[in-house]
Design a protein around this ligand. Sequence first.
Ligand SMILES: Cc1cc2nc3c(=O)[nH]c(=O)nc-3n(C[C@H](O)[C@H](O)[C@H](O)COP(=O)(O)OP(=O)(O)OC[C@H]3O[C@@H](n4cnc5c(N)ncnc54)[C@H](O)[C@@H]3O)c2cc1C
Length: 397
Amino acid sequence: MDAETVIKCDVIILGAGAAGLFCGIEAGKRGRKVILLEHNSRPGKKILISGGGRCNFTNLGASPAHYLSDNPSFCISALKRYPPQTFIKQMEKWGIPYHEKKLGQLFCDRSSDDLLECLLHEVRQYGVEILTEVHPTRVVKEDNLYITKTDKGLFHSSSLVLATGGLSLPKSGASDLGYKIAAELGHTLIPPRPALVPLLWGAEDSARFDGMAGVSLEVKAQVGKTIFRENLLFTHKGLSGPAILQISSYWKEGEPLWINFCPEYPMGDWLIEQKQRKPSLELKTLLNQHLPERLARRWCEVYHSSKPLGDCKDKQLRSLGETLNRWKFIPAGTEGFVRAEVTRGGLNTREFSSKTMESQCSRGVYAIGEILDVTGWLGGYNFQWAWSSGWAAGNAL
Ligand SMILES: Cc1cc2nc3c(=O)[nH]c(=O)nc-3n(C[C@H](O)[C@H](O)[C@H](O)COP(=O)(O)OP(=O)(O)OC[C@H]3O[C@@H](n4cnc5c(N)ncnc54)[C@H](O)[C@@H]3O)c2cc1C
């Protein structure tokens, strides 16, 4: 095949990731001649690396409340029509063993490969073609036909599905091609930004917490009214761990985050009470009851010198307690798309049907998965969106 070869089919899907594959299978089941165009050398790269190689493929409790969007009601219809329980039944039909890790998060027992293999088996079963190492450049509309121009030929189709994902993890094949094609077809973009992403220290915190990398503890992380109670991890560059990844999706540049390092206790009251009970106890030893030892020591060095509790003033203990229960963190930024698990923002969902994912600007064009402005929490929600939106489009094509 060369750039001038003409190939005709009913549906062209750009991107053979989770959403594209699932959509292709559904459309294939309904007798459509479908071709997926993928620029990587193999499909489903993110499925393979996801969930530490075991793909957290859905969440038992996935509901619209777990998704961020400029248009929060957009995801309701697809999630309702294709909920986690339907995908779980599919996993059982495929015979893929899975388990719940925590908080409703379902992972493959063995490896993500099990899931990708089953998807690819269905792709073949329904006569769907995947062409890899194809590089689409643009799409033009002629009459009722979409012509996708690539280095391997011109693909003529009556329907076109944009499933190229977001911008996160460029090394897995992320690109902005889908956004560009959608813009040429009249769509607008909610500015994409990294989400589920580690946050960076500012200069002051970087000096304060130098050497703390690897320390981990359960915290409450808060932005505005949104709070996540999960683990936090100190890194060489800043903070990460599930609590930080989750809250990063809600964080805007320049805003403070609030971290409660001791969510069970009002620490000011507790420290004063402990002073009365054990006046000779060293402050850092006491803090070690709630904080990992390295952090307890450092907290004393930064906010209060460590001395016997009896030598500490109540006012100082109260203020130290406040730093622990409501620590203000203004990140200098995020680790960016290279480390982000997902992209917040994307194609403006107000311009698509929430039932079929079809464009309201250009009939016959659909967008599914992460390319849309629908961003799930950490914990299987993003794959569930890929399945639900892919299924909705696949049944409308
Ligand atoms: C490290 C990591 C771990 C993750 N773990 C989980 C998890 O366990 N659970 C969960 O729910 N979510 C997880 N996610 C998020 C999840 O992987 C995505 O939300 C999901 O894959 C989105 O599916 P998609 O099909 O919309 O996009 P993608 O999976 O990104 O697929 C898009 C496809 O389009 C192709 N493409 C892009 N540009 C072009 C182009 N120009 N030409 C041709 N093809 C192109 C890409 O190569 C890719 O194959 C993880 C993400 C990362 C980065």
